[in-house]
Write a protein of this length. Structure first.
Length: 268
């Protein structure tokens, strides 16, 4: 059977995703920023953090900034980027809370070897109080996180509830940054339930995996919902191909965990 180029691309993408998924659980915690991470990776996150804080002016009210992280598809790297971006903010002395708003399949808990429940969904449905769902991370004392909680049959309704709005309002009083990790926008519209409460949205895509058409649809959907799109993060990007992504319209930030990035840096 003849394969058309789009079929071949899709098969290549599926294979890459399966390979990643196979190794994902064992390797997940390695993707937390720490002192052993390569210069390229930490620099890319520093750049992303700086660009976001420059794009959103500090509020006179002293309230924190809310950033929604989203992407078109599963496995693009939203959670990985969200956790590490939040950690980078915390490393620069900002008080940060990461909220796992993927109440369908949230994975923030795994980064910290915690259980997902109780978490956000339990708080929103009145089963838990705030103090029992906010955890202080061992990685950095400025960094707290809220896991996704017990699976809910009506996630969108939970996320657009007044309880969620009140929660964000409370967190903004307490933290300089509230980073909200959400599910893939082309599969479910949960992220849109939160964008109205956010100061900005960041779209994550995966190098050589994401389709430009999917990224465009995601950006259009966010624009239609009047979200303030801050930019696109190109995740899993090889630093040796630095010049291959350019755009006049959106800023791109990149990082990869490929150990060869460090090697490439040394060779330069
Ligand atoms: N830059 C990267 N390099 C290598 N693996 C990555 C990278 N970013 C994410 N991953 C892996 O890809 C998988 C999906 O990442 P995740 O952040 O959970 O995506 P999403 O939240 O978009 O579904 C995980 O196994 C994660 O460890
Ligand atoms: Mg995720």
């Amino acid at each position: 059977m003849r394969l058309f180029s789009s079929d071949a691309a899709r098969i290549k993408r599926d294979k890459k995703l399966k390979d990643k998924a196979r190794n994902s659980d064992a390797r997940r915690t390695e993707y937390l920023l720490n002192e052993n991470i390569s210069f390229d990776v930490s620099e890319a996150f520093r750049n992303l953090k700086a660009s976001i804080s420059l794009s959103i002016p500090k509020k006179q009210s002293g309230e924190g900034t809310v950033i929604v992280m989203t992407s078109a598809c599963p496995e693009d790297g939203k959670t990985t980027v969200s956790v590490n971006l939040a950690l980078m903010f915390a490393m620069s002395e900002a008080k940060v809370v990461l909220v796992d708003a993927d109440v369908r399949k949230g994975r923030v808990a795994r980064f910290f070897r915690k259980r997902s429940a109780p978490g956000l969904a339990d708080f929103l449905s009145g089963q838990s109080d705030l103090s029992s769902i906010v955890h202080r991370s061992h990685e950095n004392e400025n960094f707290s996180y809220i896991t996704c909680g017990t699976h809910s049959p009506r996630p969108y309704e939970l996320l657009e509830s007044d309880e969620m709005k009140n929660l964000i309002a409370e967190l903004k009083k307490e933290y300089d940054y509230v980073v909200v990790d959400t599910p893939p926008l082309l599969l479910v519209s949960d992220a849109l339930a939160i964008t109205s409460e956010a100061d900005g949205a960041v779209v994550v895509c995966r190098h050589q995996v994401s389709y430009v058409s999917d990224i465009a649809k995601t950006l259009n959907t966010l624009s239609f919902a009047k979200a303030n799109v801050l930019g696109v993060v190109v995740n899993d990007y090889d630093a040796r191909e630095k010049l291959s992504y350019r755009s006049d319209r959106y800023k791109y930030y990149s990082y990869c965990y490929d150990s060869t990035a460090e090697t490439a840096q040394k060779k330069e």
